[in-house]
Write a protein that binds this ligand. Sequence first.
Ligand code: JCE
Length: 226
Amino acid sequence: MKIRVVTMFPEYFEGPLDVSIVGRAIEDGILEVELIDLREHGLGKHKQLDDTPFGGGPGMVMRIEPLAGVLEPLENTHRVLFTPSGHPMKQETLDRWAALEEITFVCGRYEGVDQRVIDHFIDEETSLGDYVLAGGEVAAAAAIEGIARLLPGVVGNPDSTVFESFRDGLLEEPVYTRPAEFRGWKVPEILLSGDHARIEAWRKEQRLQRTRERRPDLLDGLPSDN
Ligand code: JCE
């Protein structure tokens, strides 16, 4: 798979692309990431990318010309703009993107992007979550990592059948490893019992409890046999 990233800060990606699952996927030739430096497409001798908003107001807006120059030739790739006003990024979003051969992520900066860029050169607007970042780079890095671990042949790619059965739409249960006791803090006894049926029932109950407490919104859409 090939991921292009259009950004004013290509150096931001040096760390995230070099380590762990993403680093390995690139090393193994399963993933290719091309960084496109938007600054090189800036206007005039100052390589300007932004301007004041029509109608007035605070902040600056990204101009259309540099982005048009980069994005128009990429119109047969899926072009995603990260923005706080986008559709929330979910696991199903990443599943869908990971199935593509090529995708382009556009990282905005300033207070936004001229709407004509979105209307003519963007296929999908996506938000990392309900908080405001200073730009799209963190969202793009998150998406790249989430995609990389789904690609066939990537180390750490979950065995789909085993993994799927745990994906019951609930939060994960707490997990423990050795030692069985640390400073008097004991691992729940049931996990040491060897009774796999009771262990599974306990885990399910933990997932339900956690989900009710932290993410009741996740329970709304679930079948009631959970
Ligand atoms: C971004 C900004 C609009 C004020 C470009 C934020 C946030 N949760 C989020 N996902 N993506 C973002 C994001 C992505 C791109 C940009 N800003 C900051 N945006 C109003 C400030 C600029």
